[in-house]
Design a protein around this ligand. Structure first.
Ligand code: M6R
Length: 610
């Protein structure tokens, strides 16, 4: 999704803006631009299709320098990813605007502004905002008031940063539906979509709330709430010490993040489990009381987070708690019948996924017993708007393909299911102790699963020329198969499908031939024998099988079946362990195919629009 960076300082802000944009690349974008001004009321801008590197070259060529500036990476929604549609958008050579989100009433506003004599030079919804601000601008009217008036006309979701040639040294930013953070420096202030963009210049942040508008100059930052009242927002200084925006020795962020999983899971668990118990306070101060008051759970999420939810349903049900899971974009448009004493849970890496956030807001209106989010980003909208919170503490995930966010979410979900079961009398102390002990082993077991990298590297060559792949699993390995297929398709662009293995003969078996690799996840559990029958069904039809199997599963290689042996691990934590080889497989295939692994085509890291 689009990214905003803005700065007001006494030094040249161009390097700060460019570095900020580089750090927001992970969100996904297809063009970039910036505008800067100096005290002599001159404003200059550069916009380029393609990568931030192209913008940087042009900025150098044009020798752009300024002490006030706004910058943007655009993910096209209205109009092609061209330089003309890239931000900043300008009105009358004075007002410059960058914008994240979607203005739903842009056509009506565009017509109104054309009738008033404004000329449009792009196909974007954003240009409407620039002209609207110019339309409301009157002599001696403070820019903040003009922007405030303009945004009241906007319907949809936005975060914006605005500068005016006639108000040098000043930036106005506002948010409604899209995230924005204020970075506090010494006689300099910054705005960004994500604190990560600003870590080289500050570790002090104030997260803007819905409807907030902020004015920054070198001397101060003044925040106004939706009602126009001057307000303070808490300053967050911790959690940003570790700058995980660096790739280190890894070739890609995705590979680095796959390898960070043992440590990330350790962080998720830290201080939350004793030798034999999982602490309810892991989910918030009131969690013990609130979780006792629920009978059922509804989980809502998107993409990889939705796959975590599907796995968690097996756990909740194993522990005697009824659980429903649903994709957020479906949940928000259904007529929901709210069960009594039902906990509403959202899962999200970013905490800003538009559909998940809207689902939470809807759930609060519908009257669920309570809300809880499992999330990786401090200060994000889901975190601020949920009654209970469990931070996954995975560290910044930059690769668009989610990896450590997934396994840490699963870890938190297993803790939640166990605690909820215990508080409701369906999980006993012995069961809880077994799970706690398995969780203690988890980081080490994930670490040893990472050693499969070399054998998976060899396997990957078999996939690089394939057009399609099929993933199969049973029980919790079925949603894991869905996740394996999602990973492969998003970074290698190979069409991949996943099925519950029992569904094979109800249709997908027709697809099996020598060109269809079939990946099977076969831990040693109660469903292994049934899965073996499904493996037979595939090999009898000439399918090429790749089986990730427990060492003790007694599966041996044949001409049409390669077996990758995995350690025997406690059954309850197999989803976290088995996700590692699937992530590595997708990664190694993508390396051979030479795709843009960290920023796959057409995808964004944080999907803040519907
Ligand atoms: O930030 P979230 O977890 O809410 O994001 C949800 C999905 O957009 C995300 O998981 C997406 O599917 C990933 N690209 C998968 O790797």
């Amino acid at each position: 999704m689009c990214g905003i960076v803005a700065a007001v300082a006494q030094r040249n802000v161009v390097p700060i803006l460019l570095e900020g944009l580089k750090r927001l690349e992970y969100r996904g974008y297809d063009s970039a631009g910036l505008a800067v001004s100096t005290d002599d009321k001159e404003i200059k801008s550069v916009r380029k299709a393609g990568k931030v590197n192209h913008l940087t070259e042009q900025v150098k060529e044009d020798n752009l320098i300024g002490t006030t500036g706004i910058a943007h990476t655009r993910w096209a929604t209205h109009g092609q990813p061209t330089a003309e549609n890239a931000h900043p958008h300008c009105s009358g050579g004075t007002i410059m605007v960058v914008h994240n989100g979607i203005i739903e009433n842009h056509e009506v506003l565009r017509q109104k502004l054309i009738n008033a004599g404004y000329t449009f030079s792009s196909q974007t919804d954003t240009e409407v905002i620039a002209h609207l601000i110019a339309y409301y601008q009157k002599e001696n009217h403070p820019l903040s008031e003009v922007v405030k008036q303009a945004v009241t006309c906007l319907e949809g979701a936005y975060s914006i940063a605005v500068m005016d040639r006639l108000s040098p040294g000043k930036i106005i930013a506002a948010r409604s539906g899209s995230p924005l953070v204020l970075g506090v420096g010494i006689e300099e202030y910054f705005i960004a979509s994500d604190p990560l963009a600003l870590l080289p210049v500050t570790h002090q942040f104030q997260f803007l709330e819905e409807g907030d508008l902020v004015e920054i100059t070198t001397s101060q930052a003044t925040i106004y709430d939706q009602q126009g009242k001057q307000v303070q927002r808490p300053v967050a200084t911790d959690h940003f010490e570790f700058d995980s925006a660096e790739k280190g020795n890894f070739k890609h962020y995705m590979l680095k993040e796959i390898h960070e999983q043992p440590e990330a899971i350790n962080n998720t668990l830290e201080g939350r489990i004793t030798e034999n118990r999982i602490l309810p306070q892991s989910f918030g101060c009131d969690a013990e009381k609130l979780l006792k008051e629920i009978d059922t759970v509804q989980i809502v999420a998107c993409g990889t987070s939705y796959h975590s939810a599907m796995i968690a349903r097996y756990w909740f049900e194993t522990f005697g708690i009824a659980c429903q899971v649903e994709i957020a974009s479906e949940f928000r448009y259904r007529n929901i019948v709210v069960p009594k004493r039902c906990l509403f849970v959202t899962l999200s890496q970013s905490g800003e996924t538009a559909d998940t956030l809207s689902a939470l807001r809807l759930a609060k209106k519908l009257g669920y017993a309570s809300t809880l989010t499992i999330c990786n980003v401090h200060g994000s909208s889901l975190v601020r708007e949920s009654a209970m919170v469990c931070m996954t503490r995975a560290g910044a995930e930059i690769g668009v393909a989610s990896t450590k966010a997934f396994t840490t979410q699963l870890t938190a979900l297993l803790m939640l299911a166990t605690v909820t079961g215990r508080l409701n009398g369906t999980v006993d102390a012995k069961q809880e102790s077994t799970i706690a002990q398995a969780l203690h082993k988890l980081p080490g077991l994930v670490k040893s699963a990472l050693t499969l990298k070399n054998s998976i590297q060899h396997l990957a060559a078999d996939f690089s020329h394939k057009q399609h792949a099929l993933f199969l699993g049973r029980g919790t390995m079925y949603p894991l198969a869905l996740e394996g297929a999602l990973k492969l398709k998003e970074i290698s662009y190979i069409h991949a499908e996943a099925y519950a293995a029992g569904e094979l003969k109800h249709g997908p078996l027709a697809l099996i031939d020598v060109d269809m690799p079939v990946i099977v996840i076969a831990p040693k559990n109660a469903l292994l024998e049934k899965l073996k029958s499904n493996i037979e069904e595939v090999s009898a039809r000439g399918g090429q099988l790749y089986v990730f199997a427990d060492r003790s599963a007694n599966l041996t290689e044949t001409n049409c079946m390669k077996v990758i042996h995995m350690d025997t691990v406690p059954d309850i934590i197999t989803p976290m362990i088995c996700s590692v080889p699937l992530q590595l497989l997708a990664y190694e295939v993508a390396v051979i195919k030479g795709t843009d692994i960290d920023q796959p085509r057409n995808l964004a890291k944080s999907v803040t629009v519907e």
